[in-house]
Design a protein around this ligand. Structure first.
Ligand code: NAD
Length: 426
């Protein structure tokens, strides 16, 4: 197959996965065909190019996207991803999942996503800032606190959000900090946003553990993707007594059957650039490939890297009893079927990682009110939202005897259907 064909296949497959998930749930809940049709199409797609003068003196043009999937529940909302393999199909899928995610937790926001095709690690800080400011300039007409609110995603962070908000304010001569979330505290960010995705995941896991009578100290965990979401989750779970046996990043994995010290690994990764450089931290620590790590012995496999990580070729080799999706779309529909057959519980992304967007919503509320909450207040408000979303999904699962993913999509689409029916479809 030619490279272009392979690329096209990849492009198609991620959004197709989303459509399969929508259709499966829609069939179970007997959803009106018109609603399915509307939810199967993003409302707006913007494709942009950004010429940047590189440190070498040459001009390089970068390509980017912003996909606005649906704004029935409120302004579009979704992160910006910087990755060399970002493509339109991926951004469309991620935008649609955002619509579903906001609906699962019942916050008044819709779904969007953005991306730039770039490996930010190859750029200097000046080049990265120029690229970010140009991208903000390109999407400025369609973003804003009451239109579309970006946030960090893979390879983007608070510093990048600070550049976005600064550029947006200059361009529009406004002081609307709520144009992006995930900002540093000094620039109008919310306490607790950095850990929010992981913290929300922990609140959901706490409920599952309570219901199943699982003992944290007897539970071995592997975390694929030791970044913002996965790294924080590993450390929060280690604090609760879980045994973190394996972690990984884009360069490979680190495993120890007796448990790793995730805080030390975090410091070491920061210093040396990868968890694979941290073998000397303890006896029994072994370096492995990312593929090998997914197949190691553990009780819970937390997927916190990228999409399509478990698929029809490796799902059968996963030994975990539970797969927890902190990343978006890490399990393909084919892998889902294999897991269902093997009795492996999959806690779906649109619930598991919804803590991030929920605290982003809190950030927006604080920006609009110009009144800021403490980290404790943020946690107090986050927990009941995550627990309620989980309980609603369990109720739906019991009603329809379906998977948690199907139940989460039914939960989301039930809310969207109610809005459409009251406001009209056109
Ligand atoms: P990040 O860039 O902070 O971390 C990603 C980590 O995954 C990095 O350590 C990277 O090296 C690693 N990685 C990349 N490819 C890998 C591979 N093939 N195998 C193993 N590790 C790999 O990004 P993040 O913000 O933590 O996002 C991770 C996932 O969580 C994404 O799917 C993102 O959409 C999702 N998510 C993030 C947030 C958030 O608030 N950050 C919210 C919801 C969902």
């Amino acid at each position: 197959m030619r490279v272009l064909d392979l690329l096209t296949k990849r492009l198609m497959s991620l959004f197709e996965n989303t459509l399969k998930q929508i259709n499966e749930a829609a069939e179970i809940m007997n959803l009106d065909k018109d609603i399915i049709t509307i939810l199967s199409h993003p409302k707006r797609i913007m494709q942009v190019s950004m010429p940047v003068r590189m440190d070498s003196g040459e001009i390089r043009v970068f390509e980017g996207f912003r996909v606005q999937h649906n704004d029935l529940a409120g302004p579009f909302k979704g992160g910006i991803r910087y990755h060399e393999q970002v493509d339109m199909g991926e951004v469309k899928a991620l935008a649609a999942w955002m619509t579903m995610k906001c609906s699962v937790v019942g916050i008044p926001l819709g779904g969007a996503k953005g991306g730039i095709i770039v490996d930010p690690k190859t750029l200097s800080k000046r080049e990265l800032e120029q690229l970010t400011r140009k991208y903000t300039d390109r999407i400025e007409p369609i973003i804003g606190p009451d239109k579309d609110i970006p946030a960090p995603d893979v390879n983007t962070n608070g510093q990048i959000m600070a550049w976005v908000v600064d550029e947006y304010m200059k361009l529009g001569n406004t002081n609307k900090k709520g144009v992006v979330t995930g900002k540093p505290i000094e620039c109008g960010g919310s306490a607790g946003r950095d850990q929010a995705t992981a913290q929300g995941g922990v609140y959901v896991l706490d409920e599952i553990v309570k219901a199943k009578g699982i003992k944290p100290e007897e539970t071995r965990i592997i975390v694929q993707g030791f970044g913002n979401a996965g790294g924080n989750m590993a450390m929060l779970l280690a604090d609760k007594g879980y045994k973190i046996c394996g972690v990984s990043d884009s360069k490979g994995g680190l495993y120890c059957a007796d448990g790793l010290d995730s805080r030390k690994v975090d410091v070491c990764k920061e210093e040396k650039g990868s968890v694979t450089q941290c073998q000397s931290l303890g006896s029994g620590y072994e370096v492995c490939t990312n593929e090998e790590l997914l197949e190691k012995e553990c009780d819970i496999l937390i997927l916190a890297a990228l999409e399509n990580q478990v698929h029809e070729k490796n799902a059968d080799n996963v030994k975990a009893k539970m797969v927890f999706e902190l990343a978006n779309g890490p399990t393909t529909p084919e892998a889902d079927k294999i897991f269902a057959k093997k009795g492996i519980t999959v806690v779906p992304d649109i619930l598991a990682n919804a803590g991030g967007v929920t605290v982003s919503y809190f950030e927006l509320v604080q920006n609009e009110a110009q009144y800021y909450w403490t980290a404790e207040e943020v946690q107090e408000k986050l927990k009941p939202i995550m627990v309620k979303a989980w309980e609603r999904i369990v109720e739906i699962q019991n009603k329809y005897s379906c998977t948690l993913r199907q139940a989460a999509f039914i939960s989301a689409m039930t809310r969207l259907k109610a809005i459409m029916e009251q406001r009209g479809f056109e």
